[in-house]
Design a protein around this ligand. Structure first.
Ligand SMILES: C[S@@+](CC[C@H](N)C(=O)[O-])C[C@H]1O[C@@H](n2cnc3c(N)ncnc32)[C@H](O)[C@@H]1O
Length: 489
């Protein structure tokens, strides 16, 4: 895998020529995401027509062999022989087999191990394509910050390092696997990136005193009793690895720097769902913005994780039972998948959990950034005095959804929900009195004045209204339904 510019250019041109791009794969297969072994047969059916694109999909996306004549029709002869010399393709009795996968993310192409390696005996050191579910989710939340130094910890084939390199002057890509780092180097060169350096490191062990403005990390976080795949399993009990990584990453963040990481934590018997994970953020010196997905029962988790990329065939029934027994021994009630964004900040740190149910699709980076800003505002207005002095206004993008129910032959107003458009927005229920009060928050009156004015108009007691309205305003602020015009300290 030596730098070899002409092959890269010729291969890139050949891939694009036949439509091996994100748009082309999506049009042909419905998605450019990796195909799990369980879905292999249906995808073979979808690619049965003998076209150049289907040939390259079978070789580099599915990892199955193609007849030699099809391969020679899809790739120019010189390129085919150069790729064979590089070890990316193997000619076997009238067929061609790829030893690498090529995944597509945005305008970039990424090499990784071919899926046919999963079927062989050498699957434990498999190097993932960078667009697996967790890798895609990490990409979704990545903040579009500009800065001087970023780190892709557990870089694998280097997808997130390449993505970060568009925003940072210097990017470090770190992984324990020399094979993964070879792919990461190849992918940086193939995609024309020269600002990435590579380091073999057992997590942060070899990063000494280095500090970063942004760390992204898709660690081997899967919770299970044994190490089957290096790319996803780790030897620590339950979710201990993620807890440790947060503490260790924080020490490598510059003030104001971000750590972004997919993770899973366990809810164990006798504790609330957040008790365990709250502990991860204590003493991290970071604010934590947590997007929390739908929790899974141990049974659902084992079913999901035992059939993600690999298909169900690699786990025996006894192996699955051992997995379930492991959760039972540790009193695990549920597994919570989440996407973390931590920001290093000196001072009293906040933690915000946002339950999103099934993770939404699409870019979430801007929404995460706005969510963090709203949490900063809520933290600045934590004391009643600060909130009463602040001038607020209703977010002009807010929408009101009102339900009516049938009562005594008439439609009576029932639940009213205030909401914002956007992927991470949570509706907040508001009663008629709160909705009427919000009209007083026009950006000219302080909250204290607005409450007094409202109390006078509705002949209510000002002190009692304050007690009722302050928590509601805090909820609306942390959901960006109320925006701050000014704070008087
Ligand atoms: C889930 S994969 C993520 C790969 C890539 N970042 C992505 O998102 O596709 C986890 C990666 O962590 C690496 N890894 C496992 N243990 C490690 C360790 N102790 N130190 C550094 N990297 C490690 C594996 O080699 C693998 O590449």
């Amino acid at each position: 895998m030596q730098p070899n510019q002409p092959i890269y250019e010729n291969l890139k041109a050949a891939l694009l020529e036949v439509g091996y791009s994100q748009a082309g794969l999506t049009e042909q297969l419905g998605s450019a995401a990796p195909v799990t072994r369980a879905d292999l047969n249906t995808t073979l059916l979808r690619t049965s027509e003998a076209t150049p694109l289907n040939c390259l999909i079978r070789l580099f996306h599915l990892g199955v062999e193609v007849p030699e004549d099809l391969g020679t029709a899809a790739l120019p002869a010189k390129l085919l022989s150069d790729m064979t010399d590089q070890g990316w393709l193997r000619l076997e009795q009238e067929s061609i087999q790829a030893s690498v996968a090529i995944s597509v993310i945005d305008e970039y192409h990424f090499f990784s191990d071919s899926f046919n390696k999963l079927a062989g005996g050498d699957a434990s050191s498999f190097v993932l394509p960078g667009n697996t579910q967790a890798g895609r989710r990490l990409k979704q939340i990545m903040l579009a910050q500009q800065g001087s130094r970023a780190l892709d910890m557990c870089c694998g084939c280097g997808v997130h390092a390449v993505l970060l390199s568009d925003y940072y002057e210097q990017v470090v890509a770190a992984d324990i696997s020399p094979v993964a780092l070879d792919y990461a180097r190849l992918n940086a060169a193939f995609n024309g990136k020269s600002n990435i350096t590579f380091i073999q490191s057992d997590f942060f062990a070899d990063l000494a005193e280095q500090r970063f403005d942004h760390i992204v990390c898709n660690p081997p976080f899967v919770l299970g009793p044994e190490q089957v795949f290096d790319y996803r399993d780790n030897p620590l009990p339950l979710d201990e690895l993620c807890a440790q990584l947060i503490q260790r990453a924080s020490a490598h963040l510059a003030e104001g720097g971000y750590l972004q990481m997919p993770c899973e934590w366990t809810e164990v018997s006798g504790e609330t769902w957040r008790e365990r994970v709250d502990g991860w953020f204590n003493n991290s010196d970071c604010d934590a913005f947590v997007l929390r997905g739908s929790p899974l029962t141990p049974g659902d988790y084992v079913a999901l994780r035992s059939s993600d990329l690999t298909g169900p065939g690699l786990h025996s029934t006894a192996g699955l039972q051992r997995w379930l027994d492991y959760f039972a021994e540790h009193s695990v009630l549920a597994v919570h998948p989440a996407l973390l964004t931590l920001r290093k900040r000196t001072g009293a740190n906040w933690v915000h959990y946002q339950s999103v149910g099934p993770f939404p699709d699409g870019d979430l980076g801007a929404a995460v950034q706005q969510g963090i800003e709203a949490c900063d505002t809520a933290a600045a207005l934590q004391s009643d005095q600060a909130l009463l002095q602040a001038t607020l206004r209703v977010n002009p993008q807010a929408e009101l959804e009102q339900n009516f129910v049938r009562e005594e032959q008439q439609w009576a107003p029932a639940r009213a929900l205030l909401k914002l458009p956007g992927p991470l927005q949570r509706p907040v229920e508001a009663d008629m009195a709160v909705l009427a009060f919000l009209n007083n928050l026009d950006g000219t009156l302080s909250c204290e004045q607005a409450i007094r004015t409202f109390a006078e108009a509705s002949r209510a007691d000002t002190a009692r209204l304050q007690v009722q309205l302050l928590p509601v305003m805090r909820l609306l602020i942390s959901n960006r339904l109320l925006l701050i015009k000014s704070i008087t300290s």
